[in-house]
Write a protein that binds this ligand. Sequence first.
Ligand code: GLA
Length: 783
Amino acid sequence: MKSFFRLFQLSALAATFASSLLPAATPGDFTLGKKEFLLNGEPFLVRAGELHYPRIPREYWDHRIKMCKAMGMNTICIYVFWNFHEMREGEFNFEGQRDVAAFVRLIQENGMHAIVRPGPYCCAEWDMGAFPWWLLKKEDIGVRTSKDHYYMDRTKKWLAAVGTELAPLQIQNGGPILMVQVENEFGAFGNDGVYMTQVRDAVRAAGFDKVQLFRCDWASNFHNYEVDDVAVTINFGAGSNVDDMFRKFTELHPEAPRMCSEYWTGWFDHWGRRHETRGVETFIGSLKDMLDRRISFSLYMAHGGTTFGPWGGANAPAYSAMVSSYDYNAPINEAGQPTDKFDAVRDLLKNYLNPGETLAPVPASHPVISIPSFELTESAPLFENLPDPIASENVRAMEFFDLGFGRILYRTTLPADVDQGTRLIIKEARDWALVYLDGERIGKLDRRHGDTTLSLPAAKAGTRLDILVEAMGRVNFGAAIIDRKGITESVTLAHSSGETELKGWSVYPIDFDFPLHQNLNYRPGKSDAAAFYRGSFEITEPGDTFLDLRQWGKGMVWVNGHNLGRYWSLGPQQTMYVPGPWLKKGRNEVIVLDLEATASPTLAGLDKPILDDLRPDASLLNRKPGQQLKLDAETPHSSGDLAPGAGWQTVTFDTPATGRYLCFTSTSPQRGDDPYSSMAEFYLLGEDGQQLPREAWDLVYADSEEITAGNHTADKIFDLQESTYWHTAWSTEERAPFPHSIVIDLGKSTKVTGFKVLPRTDKQTNGMIKGYRFYLKESAFDY
Ligand code: GLA
């Protein structure tokens, strides 16, 4: 671990010197005026661009800030990810790539302002939403609640550490920081104003005693809780109807300045799901609407960069991890180059500059190189290069073996002979597991598919059983955020005479940067099992490049000791961004850990990324070919018309319904000629009239989904994201006639008193549902 930090530190030394020579600026203030923010008493429109310094190599920090400035931004908005700075409890690191104060000073040096969002929770498609994994060592940990004292105590310590770094840089002290955010989108999680008030107080106590505080939420939930003396801002995505988004806000805060604190310029990608984009016109349209209304904004992301190392997060339900690229389809792409969105923002902003203001010139992009194909000539099989084991009677999650990230191997022997077809039940393998008997691979479990069981071949007592589990990202959003890795509960054999829980394990914790700090036994040639591969390539001049991983299965890549992140053949990301400053003239070393056996251990550097090459292992559609739901013999529990227009609406039943399988059918559109159905979110209401949890929901069927032009599968109605939506197939050939049905397995029999629907939240009205039928039954539907 140490050498990993040192590399970061060395390479970043130059930037440190440059930014510490800053002249002290004059103190100022930033306050809330009547419908306007006031900078030193004058109306000020915040035009912010969000950057995440951990997602940008330090050598490029200055370039990315200058790019934002050239795009017309006057402010940089940042998260400060707790887990990135406190990887082990009590050991804070603000050096090198983690020197957030240097980043903020660089913002000021570029004549820009800063907005700081230190969490403790951030979301951001970042492991556990920026919570440190070691919180999970406490069995009953609660996060985002004042009721867990350990959590609150660690939160205060974290915020105090941020305060030491950044409080001197508040605008009132002459620094660039205009505002500091309290928590993040708390309204989408809970309504505990006491917790939010305590976090606010901890931010103040951390030294942010003068600066304006704010919080961000969604249009639909910012009023779910109260916290005084904290400005309210709203987040929404490209193409939103800005007036709708601020309607409730203006009602409740008629005199307050309006700000979209995260205007989503694009969207993030998951392994095995379609690449996300948001069109230029759609994006520019709502941005112009905000400028016309003098609504402040922050572009999330202005430049997304890369989630290097093990830091990518995941969403749930259904569990789905993020890819390493955080390109985000943002105006400034992953390699820091301007895109058509960048040009469009610049063009638009020309008409909205303050008197005397001009746009800064666009800095040149960094050179990009290609690297001819080269072979990784040596390999070190993982099973021959294991760390020392820990003995453990039971399987447990990796956090309890003091492991935060990476892979973990659980090894035991079969206590008795097993017959062919005996089931091995692993609860739960998080997130992807390979199973071996006496070294031979017999199967794979993938949490994305809900896999828990394998059928064993006949095997003798004493056969060695190995379960190698790879941790993908921890869930970073919603109620599923307590997401321990490895095997969380038990491993059982289910045979004709009953179940036997397997005990007596040797557990091998394989830390995420394992090959950097172990002397692995490499030998020439390739391996036919999970292995580390080592090779090198020569270059005459360093430059950015995109390593082509299309020949490889699943794992991680290191270049000259820098961890580039995870790759997976599923895509849609098939290349990995290598920043030029991490390369050197002459020989460069590459290590790849591949858990599948690669056919050909070669790599090449491409001059363009491949972020949109999906090779899914299962259909993306939630319907088998030819499968047709039969509803003729079913009676709906409720049917009727939804109201036209945007925003949440609730339907309450005359009598409750009970059952496990839900079918929601759209029978007609709001707009007469509209052939589609679409929906952003859907909740069931319980006996108390409150929303029921959706973590156990499983989408079993949808008769039509758009998966070509966009990622609009039906599970989007319970993915907790109001800006993503289910949409039936677009093209004339694939379009399905009404009705359009979705079937969900709720996981257990449930008493339901009504439902809540959110139509799509962008400006479009296509697919808005009018007529509906609601079915709920104990047994599965017929097809
Ligand atoms: C929310 C969060 C961000 C990020 C975006 C999606 O708005 O606040 O951290 O997760 O969603 O990219």
